[in-house]
Each structure stands twice: as C-alpha cells, then as structure tokens.
Design a binder for this molecule. Structure first.
Ligand code: ADP
Ligand code: MG
Length: 260
C-alpha cells in the first residue's frame, strides 16, 4: 500500500531565540497511517518539535527545509507563518487534532457538549452528531449517561477519555499528542492507547505522540522519533519499532512490490 508523505523534513531547526540550536531533524519523512512516538529526556525539545510540526509554535528557523503536505501540495512550514493568523488557525483546525496531558475541557459545558463541539463546527446535523458520539462513547468504554454530566463531576480518567473523543471525533489528518496519558494509571493509559491505535489504523490517520512511557511506545509505535542530546543541539532520529513485526512485514512487502 502506498503511504502518502505528510511531512518532508529535509532539515528542521527549532529554537526559541531564533538561532535554531535547540533541536534538529534531518532526512525524515512522516507518512500517513503511522503512529510515531517521540521519545527523549525531559527538556530535550520533544514538545517544541511536535508543536512546530503542528503549527502551534513558530520556532522553526527560516533556513529549515521542512514541508507539510496540504491537499497534495507541499508547503514550507516556516513560510506558512508569514500568512495571516486566521489562515494558520484554519489549517490547524482542518488538518490537525491535539491532545495534551490535561484534558482542557470547557468546564461550563457538559461532557456531551464538549464532545459534540468539533462536529457542529463541521456542520454535522445534531442528531447525526449524537449518534456518532454514542459510538465513540461505547468505543471508549464510557456509559452513555456521561453525555449530560457536568465535566467537573467526572473522574480524571473519564475527563481524559472525553478529551480523547473530542480530539478524534472531528475531521483531521494528523493527531499531535503530548503525554496524553501522563496523568493516568498504567492500565487506563494502555486501554486508551489501544483504542487510539485502533482508531488511527481504521481511519488511516497519523499520530505523533510524545510519551515518557517506554512500555506504551514499544507496544503502540510504528516508529520512534528519538530526540538525542548532542553537544550543541539535540537531534531527532527516526527508527522502526523493532517490537512491531507487523510494520516491518508491511514494509518488506512494499519493498518487494517495488522491486517486481
Ligand atoms: P520536552 O518536551 O522534551 O521536555 P520542551 O520542548 O518543552 O522539552 O523544552 C525544550 C527546551 O526549551 C527547555 O529548555 C525549555 O525550557 C525551553 N522552552 C520551552 N518552551 C519555551 C518557551 N515558550 N520559551 C522559551 N524557552 C522554552
Ligand atoms: Mg514536553
């Protein structure tokens, strides 16, 4: 199966002071349908890197050569920032979805209202939207009664499940997630990642996830993006997840198909 390239990172340099010294990535393609786990010590620039990819920060040095595939055309990310903020917001809303360590729900809305929001923005009919939510609620092992609950009355795990649903329910291409299960116990985190993986694979989406949890990474990543500390800058390296035999197998089949 041909995998569409979503990011062509020939040379990426990010920093907050304009020098491009914090984190570098070179010669990496990010492809549709994969789950990438971003690993590395605290402070190496994992969040900076994924936020730059998700157009959430403008830390990419202008000499970078890192482009994002928008409807089949590649756009230099550092150049996109020259467009008006409204256009950047539109691209963000249309192509990305975001998940963070804390759920960031709107407290004065019910759980259902929080989840329905992305669908109403896409003009989905309200009854259809409710049916879609019911499917997701079941998928994420929540009771349907959660719909009318005040989000401040939910447990931490339930709130994060609602945040997962809100992130996954609308139309998007790339999920950018920063420690999304960092506040949850190992079992709940694992369950959420299992559901997330299922969703990404079924819908042929792409996920770029920062996590400290090497168990989750080994279990759910197709690829690792490891940020390694180097003398002057930190370097992002792409590698296979060796535990994910299925990925290696698929790539081998692709390779054989290109040879013959
Ligand atoms: P990680 O996610 O790997 O823990 P971050 O990307 O959050 O690392 O941070 C990398 C470095 O950049 C840290 O030294 C941090 O202090 C610095 N940093 C993060 N955000 C900002 C910011 N908004 N302004 C200036 N420096 C920042
Ligand atoms: Mg971080």
């Amino acid at each position: 199966m041909h995998k569409e390239v979503l990011y062509n990172i020939q040379s990426l340099k990010c920093s907050y002071d304009g020098t491009g010294e914090l984190v570098h990535a070179n010669g990496i393609n990010i492809e549709q349908g994969n789950i990438y786990f971003v690993l590395g010590k605290s402070g190496v620039g994992k969040s900076t890197f994924i936020e730059a990819l998700g157009l959430m920060n403008d830390t990419m040095h202008e000499q970078s050569n890192c482009s994002l595939n928008i409807d089949g055309r590649f756009h230099q990310i550092s150049k996109l920032w020259q467009y008006p903020e409204m256009l950047i917001s539109k691209i963000r809303a249309k192509y990305f979805s975001f998940l963070f360590q804390t759920p960031n729900l709107i407290d004065y809305y019910s759980a259902g209202e929080n989840m329905i929001f992305p669908l109403l923005l896409e003009d989905v009919d309200i009854e259809d939207a409710k049916n879609i939510i019911a499917d997701y609620v079941a998928e994420f092992d929540l009771p349907l009664s959660i719909y009318h609950k005040d989000v401040t009355h939910l447990s931490g795990g339930q709130r994060q499940r609602v945040a997962f649903i809100r992130a996954l329910i609308g139309d998007y291409n790339i999920l950018i997630a920063d420690e999304p299960t960092g506040n949850l116990d190992a079992e709940t985190g694992d369950k959420l990642f299992e559901t997330l993986q299922n969703h990404i694979k079924t819908h042929n989406k792409t996920a770029i996830v920062v996590s400290h949890d090497t168990n989750l990474a080994r279990k759910y990543a197709d690829y690792f993006l490891t940020v390694k500390e180097c003398r002057n800058t930190n370097i992002v390296e792409l590698s296979y997840n060796p535990n994910n035999d299925h990925r290696a197998e698929t790539d081998l089949i692709n390779e054989i198909q290109t040879i013959y």
